[in-house]
Write a protein that binds this ligand. Structure first.
Ligand code: CO
Length: 167
């Protein structure tokens, strides 16, 4: 009698264990389902922009949400070296005089990533890269508004510029 009680208890324990396993497997599904909204809440954004040997960005406009943790990758799809066809991506504060900024950037040189010593106008920037290279930065999107981005390599900003729209 005692023996059969023990085996019943044992069997029940096994069932519970299996049930438990089943439960945790079921738990997993809602977990993956809630992942998407969780990501939305954390407000992350991934951007990719390319520069080429024709001195062009492939995007003239990009959009992110205010406060988003932005991961931005700049790819240089050309073949020319950084010394002659360097590209970076520089996001500027509103009201920045781009021509004036670019002048300061040019004097910073490649070693300074073409970012002026006084970088107060810069919200975020990548390093300067050559053909076949890529670089990634993360930054927090500023408050809602429109912001200009450029490549600050000497002479590039006139062609290599675009608008980041922050919603
Ligand atoms: Co450039």
């Amino acid at each position: 009698m005692l023996k059969s009680i023990i085996s019943i208890v044992f069997a029940l324990t096994l069932l519970t264990a299996c049930g438990g396993g089943g439960d945790s497997a079921m738990d997993k599904e809602p977990e993956t389902k809630t992942e998407a909204p969780a990501e939305e809440q954390s407000n992350e954004a991934s951007l990719t922009i390319e520069g080429d040997d024709q001195m062009q960005f492939d995007k003239k406009e990009m959009t992110v949400k205010a406060g988003a943790e932005v991961t931005l990758t700049l790819k240089h799809t050309g073949k020319m070296p950084v010394e002659t066809m360097g590209h970076n991506w520089v996001l500027l504060k509103q009201g920045t005089g781009i021509a004036e900024f670019a002048e300061g950037a040019a004097t910073a040189g490649l070693d300074g990533d073409y970012i002026p010593a006084d970088a107060s106008a810069v919200i975020a920037h990548t390093k300067t890269i050559g053909g076949g290279e890529e670089t990634t930065i993360t930054f927090t999107a500023p408050e809602a508004g429109t912001y200009e981005y450029i490549c600050s390599f000497p002479g590039h900003w006139a062609m290599m510029k675009g608008t980041l729209i922050v919603e």
